[in-house]
Design a protein around this ligand. Structure first.
Ligand SMILES: [Zn+2]
Ligand SMILES: [Zn+2]
Length: 268
């Protein structure tokens, strides 16, 4: 349990902004000094640039795009954005092949679970997620000052690799896709309900809360729930679930739920 005299550090330098998250599009900007990395480009290139500018981030500072997996809500604008701005795209071999990005962007760098690579000054560690995609990944970003951000979305279960990579982060952005009861009682056809709740689907509010309880170290200051379903969840339910997991531990980290339409600053 954290104490007032813990070792938490200021978040003055690594910035992260969820530009939007949900089944209609996902993108997250990570900034260190004048460098910006984009994790997923699930809106059109024009829309990502608009959202960056609205969040006070100059699209001209983009240095690379990292792609978690090939689903459209994560790659919609990547071809145009990367081509227009000459940006390298970092993604797994499986995603590269499944998305056909190889043929359509100027440069693709292959990354893999368990490997750490650097883009500019930011160190990035990829880890395996569990999702119905070719080779999906989550990421831990670490700035030279040691501040760490963990991002994991689109995963039906939490893999061991994910648990290891997400430990000791200052901020966490983790999927909180659905309320299990709303999914069960909701309007989706049974096969879709089954897919979402499966080990290769999406993480529920309860599962996200469970994981958060496990990861709530003294360093943790900010948490945001990602990829909320507009049919099977509400921002209030997702935030309440994450908040009560922390409250049970007496942990003071601040919780928010990311929206589809609006940006959410995670670390400033
Ligand atoms: Zn998705
Ligand atoms: Zn997906």
């Amino acid at each position: 349990m954290p104490s007032p005299s813990d070792t938490r550090r200021p978040l003055a330098t690594l910035r992260a902004t969820v530009l939007g998250s949900g089944s209609s599009g996902n993108a997250l900007a990570v900034q260190w000094g004048a460098e910006t990395l984009l994790l997923d480009c699930g809106f059109s290139a024009r829309e990502v640039e608009r959202r960056l500018a609205a969040a006070g981030i100059d699209p001209g500072t983009l240095g690379a795009v990292i792609v978690s997996h090939e689903h459209t809500d994560h790659i919609r604008g990547v071809r145009i954005l990367a081509s227009r701005r000459g940006l390298p795209v970092y993604t797994s071999r499986g995603t590269r092949v499944a998305s056909g990005l190889d043929r359509e962007v100027p440069e693709v760098q292959t990354i893999a679970s368990g490997k750490t690579f650097t883009i500019g000054s930011i160190s990035v560690t990829a880890f395996r997620t569990s999702h119905d995609a070719a080779e999906p990944l989550g990421f831990r970003f670490e700035a030279p000052c040691g501040t760490a951000l963990g991002v994991m979305t689109d995963t039906g279960t939490v893999t061991e690799e994910a648990r290891d990579a997400l430990r000791g982060c200052d901020a966490l952005a983790i999927e909180s896709n659905h309320d299990a009861r709303m999914l069960e009682d909701g309007p989706y056809p049974w096969f879709l309900k089954r897919r979402i709740a499966s080990a290769e689907g999406h993480l529920s509010n309860d599962a996200a809360a469970c994981l958060l309880a496990e990861l709530a170290s003294d360093r943790l200051q900010r948490v945001v729930g990602l990829h909320l379903s507009s049919t099977n969840n509400t921002a209030r339910l997702a935030a309440a679930s994450l908040t009560s997991a922390l409250a049970r531990l007496g942990h003071p980290a601040v919780v928010a739920a990311a929206r589809q339409e609006t940006a959410c600053a995670l670390m400033v």
